[in-house]
Design a protein around this ligand. Structure first.
Ligand SMILES: [Zn+2]
Length: 189
């Protein structure tokens, strides 16, 4: 779901120019970045259940629990507070938390409410990964809409600042290409 998350980052950037694009892109995958050390420490794991993209149950009981998502989002937001101010920091925190909402759509009922799935509450996830074609269209749509809106906003900002809109076009094209490349790698593996 990396491509979809990046598409969402571009979409947010078009609405909220004060937050840096790289910060928003980091925020959209922040829970997965946090997942890596937990994976290496065997505190979280990936269980293949089906060949192909999304054929996984992800036991990310800390980073992808509701409480973990809120804590991780808050930590990242706080890191942006001194340099970018309260508004951008809040947006970064919310975007980090939005990762969980997008994951909720695709994950196969593997996301707990409490860290470590304390209390054995029902696991969450609508399991759209069972239909990889639908997810591909959804992610491609996010990349297309996100980069298009980003391009429009960035070009307008450049023109307002008396510069040419070419740089915005190059950035948007690069963002779209990297989204499509990630999607291709996901589906060809
Ligand atoms: Zn995730």
């Amino acid at each position: 779901m990396i491509a979809g998350h990046f598409g969402f980052a571009a979409l947010v950037k078009s609405r909220e120019p004060t937050a840096p694009l790289w910060g928003l892109m980091l925020a959209t995958v922040w829970l997965d970045v946090a997942f890596i050390p937990f994976l290496l420490l065997h505190a979280e794991s990936i269980q293949p259940v089906h060949p192909g993209y999304g054929g996984l149950i992800i036991h990310a009981d800390y980073t992808h629990s509701i409480v973990g998502m809120i804590l991780l989002g808050a930590v990242l937001g706080l890191a942006f507070l001194p340099r970018w101010g309260r508004r951008a920091a809040t947006v970064v925190a919310l975007v980090a938390m939005s990762h969980w909402a997008l994951d909720l759509i695709v994950h196969r009922s593997d996301m707990p409410v409490l860290p470590g799935n304390v209390g054995n509450l029902p696991l969450l996830g609508f399991g759209l990964w069972k239909k990889p074609g639908v997810v591909a269209v959804l992610e491609l749509g996010l990349v297309a809409v996100g980069t298009l809106l980003y391009w429009r906003a960035a070009r307008q900002a450049s023109i307002t600042a008396g510069q040419s809109g070419n740089r915005a076009g190059v950035c948007a094209a690069l963002a779209a290409l990297s989204g499509i490349l990630v999607l291709y790698l996901d589906y060809s593996s």
